[in-house]
Design a protein around this ligand. Structure first.
Ligand SMILES: NC(=O)c1ccc[n+]([C@@H]2O[C@H](COP(=O)([O-])OP(=O)(O)OC[C@H]3O[C@@H](n4cnc5c(N)ncnc54)[C@H](O)[C@@H]3O)[C@@H](O)[C@H]2O)c1
Length: 318
C-alpha cells in the first residue's frame, strides 16, 4: 500500500513509518524538522528511514498551503496518518503561535489539500489532553471534554474540523487520542527521556508536582501494533478512539523505578504546573474491540528497554 505520513521525523511518525516500511509498504513522508526539540534526533530518524528504498521524504511545513498543495498534487496514496503538530502542553505558554500555526492552520491546510484526493481513510493524532481533569475513570471517548490548555484546545478544534470535513466530503477520518506514549526513539520533552537527558548532562531534573500525579503510560511498540492493525481495518464504528494501555501509573513510582535502574539521583521536586492534569487513565475497550489487541507490554520491562536503548544509541542525539 502507499501511505502518506506527516510528522515522520517525530516519535510516533518515525516508529510507524519504520514498521510499515518493514512490511513493504511505500511511505510518502513529510516533516518540517521543527526545532522544538533536538533536530539531530529528527534527522537521525529520517536517515534510518531513508535506508528503505520505498521511503520518500520531503521537508514540508503544513502551515504553508501552497507548498503542501504542490507536493500533494500528483501524489497517489491509499491512506494518511497525520502526526505533524506542535506537541507538548507546557510549551503552549511560551510559544502559543506555534500551536496556532501547525495545529490549527496546518490541519486545515491539510484537509483542504486532501478534499479532492482519493483515499480510503485518514487517521490523525488527537490527545488525551482533550479530556482535562475528570473524576470518573477510566475515561471513555464519549465523556465530556474539558481542555485545560491551548494544546488541548487545538486538538478539539481538529476533531471538529475533521467531523465537518467527513460529512461534507464523505471521507473516512478517524481521530486517535494518544495517552503518554514512551519508549525507544521517544521525545526528549517527556518524562522518561527528559530524565535520561538530565542524567547524561549531570543536571538536575525538576519533577513537577513532586510526581504526585498519574499517567496512562503507553509503550510505543504497543501503539505501533495498534496502528498497523488499523491500516488493514475496513470498518470503523466510531470516529474517535483512545489509544492507551489503560494502566495508569503514579509518576512518583516511575521516578523511583528509574532511580533504581540508573542510580541517578539529581531530582528536585517542584510545584504543580496549572496546565497539567492530575490523572490520565483512558478506557481502551473501543479500540480493543475493533482490532482485537489485548496484550500490552509490562511497564517495568519497557522502561528497562528504553533506558538500554538510550545508553546504547539515544544519548548521541540528545
Ligand atoms: N507522544 C505522545 O505521548 C502523544 C500524546 C498525545 C498526542 N500526541 C500527538 O501525536 C502526534 C505525534 O506526536 P509525537 O510524540 O510523535 O510528537 P513529535 O513532536 O515527536 O512529532 C511531531 C512531528 O511533527 C513535525 N511538525 C511540527 N510542526 C510541523 C509543521 N508545521 N509541518 C510539518 N511538520 C511539523 C515535527 O518536526 C515533529 O517531527 C502529535 O500530533 C502529538 O500532538 C502525542
Amino acid at each position: 500500500m502507499k501511505i502518506f505520513i506527516t510528522g515522520a521525523a517525530g516519535f510516533i511518525g518515525f516508529s510507524l513509518s519504520q514498521e510499515l516500511l518493514k512490511k513493504k509498504h511505500t511511505i510518502y513522508a513529510i516533516d518540517n524538522l521543527d526545532e522544538y526539540y533536538s533536530v539531530k534526533l529528527k534527522k537521525k530518524r529520517i536517515t534510518i528511514l531513508k535506508k528503505f528504498k520505498n521511503f520518500k521524504f520531503k521537508k514540508i511545513d503544513i502551515s504553508q498551503k501552497k507548498n503542501l498543495q504542490k507536493y500533494l498534487k500528483k501524489k497517489k496514496f491509499d491512506m494518511i496518518f497525520h502526526f505533524a503538530a506542535q506537541a507538548g502542553v507546557r510549551y503552549s505558554i511560551i510559544r502559543p503561535d506555534k500551536y496556532i500555526k501547525s495545529n490549527l492552520k496546518g490541519f486545515k491546510n491539510l484537509l483542504f489539500c486532501l478534499k479532492n484526493k482519493k483515499f480510503s481513510k485518514m487517521f490523525y493524532a488527537s490527545s488525551s489532553s482533550v479530556y482535562g481533569d475528570t473524576k470518573v475513570f477510566p475515561i471513555k471517548e464519549n465523556y465530556k471534554l474539558n481542555p485545560k490548555n491551548l494544546y488541548a484546545k487545538t486538538k478539539i478544534k481538529n476533531e471538529k474540523d475533521a467531523r465537518n470535513f467527513e460529512s461534507i466530503y464523505k471521507k473516512k477520518i478517524i481521530g486517535l487520542r494518544f495517552f503518554t506514549v514512551y519508549g525507544e526513539w521517544g521525545r526528549p520533552d517527556m518524562l522518561i527521556l527528559k530524565m535520561l537527558s538530565c542524567m547524561k548532562k549531570n543536571r538536575v531534573f525538576y519533577l513537577n508536582n513532586s510526581g504526585d500525579h498519574y499517567r496512562d503510560f503507553t509503550y510505543i511498540k504497543d501503539v505501533i501494533k495498534i496502528l498497523v492493525k488499523l491500516v488493514h481495518n475496513k470498518h470503523f464504528d466510531y470516529n474517535i478512539y483512545n489509544i492507551c494501555s489503560s494502566k495508569p501509573i503514579f509518576v512518583k513510582s516511575v521516578v523511583r523505578k528509574f532511580k533504581k535502574i540508573t542510580n541517578y539521583n539529581l531530582i528536585e521536586n517542584i510545584n504543580r504546573n496549572k496546565l497539567d492534569v492530575y490523572k490520565t487513565y483512558g478506557d481502551n475497550n473501543r479500540v480493543k474491540k475493533l482490532i482485537k489487541v489485548n496484550k500490552f507490554t509490562n511497564f517495568d520491562k519497557a522502561l528497562v528497554r528504553t533506558i538500554k536503548w538510550y545508553k546504547k544509541i539515544g544519548y548521541k542525539f540528545f
